[in-house]
Design a protein around this ligand. Sequence first.
Ligand SMILES: Nc1ncnc2c1ncn2[C@@H]1O[C@H](COP(=O)(O)OP(=O)(O)OP(=O)(O)O)[C@@H](O)[C@H]1O
Ligand SMILES: [Mg+2]
Length: 346
Amino acid sequence: MFIQVDSLSKTFISHHQKTKVLNDVSLAIPQGSIYGIIGRSGAGKSTLLRCLNGLERADTGRVFFQKKDLMSLSQKDLRQARHDMGMIFQNFQLLKRRTALENVLLPLEFFKHSQQESLSKARKCLNIVGLSEKEQAYPSQLSGGQAQRVAIARALALETKVLLCDEPTSALDPKTSKDILSLLMTLNQTLGLTIVFITHDLSIVRDICTHVAVMEKGEILESGNVESVFSSPKTALTRDYVQSLFNSRVPQIIKERLSENASSKTSEVAFRLVFSGRNSQKPVISDLAQELGISVSIAGGALDHLGHSTYGTLVITVPHEKETCSQVKSYLEARQINVELLGYLA
Ligand SMILES: Nc1ncnc2c1ncn2[C@@H]1O[C@H](COP(=O)(O)OP(=O)(O)OP(=O)(O)O)[C@@H](O)[C@H]1O
Ligand SMILES: [Mg+2]
């Protein structure tokens, strides 16, 4: 494994109070992956990320990078290992008094590369992130997206094999955020860069990550390839995440007509169907209509895809006839679709 985290634990002590921030965390990050780490604020994501490059030392456990045990390396060897890892942050962390080019030169100077070589490497990296024309600009003269590009160039300046990203797009507008994400995907594909990406935004995980780990209270609840984690979430937090990603709103026009109980005026019944990954390729709704001989209307919802799996919700209505309700429910549930009776429509 490219990066292997084994049973990492870390407790912070401040004001005589102990906080266990990492509790027996294990993680396997394959080379070339884009590995998302999600979890609520305070879950320990940033601490874990800092343990990966030795900025933070865990109390117990091991981090292996390219089979080398980071915890047992000498300061000199640790510096070399850090050479292979770049990091970017939400607030860019550029030096204000240095130009874009001088910011990118920083790690090269730190690792004492020759001046000539440093300059050509720094320019090459600025070119990769599409910012050659801004090399003399100061951070205050750059937009957020440009500043993050400089930070990426700086992170790439050494022979970087891993890019550690701590919410690098959360301070950016949606369009700029998309541009940065697509730059990261390009770097992943063209340079074979392995990326570890902390985010609160599950749509980012869906759009760019190959793997994901869900963290809560210092523990990894589940981890693995995105499709398998999302298609069979094992914990309530992951289920919440997946549901929030795939909107489950009932259209207003249906809401207004809904009543809890059937009456003599009831003509239709409304259901909400939740697709959570399996049953993807089959035309379930048309099969339902054909096999039960009923007409099914789709009133709203949104379906989305992750790999070959379908996620999302559909609101459907069917005629209110004797037994239709229970038939529809059992037909869909047999196909692993979660069915909720929303109510009756007059
Ligand atoms: N240097 C420190 N000293 C004491 N406590 C710390 C320190 N760094 C982090 N913590 C505590 O560790 C816990 C986890 O912090 P961490 O920054 O890793 O969370 P996070 O998941 O990155 O949260 P967020 O999503 O808000 O960035 C928090 O309770 C935090 O207060
Ligand atoms: Mg954090």
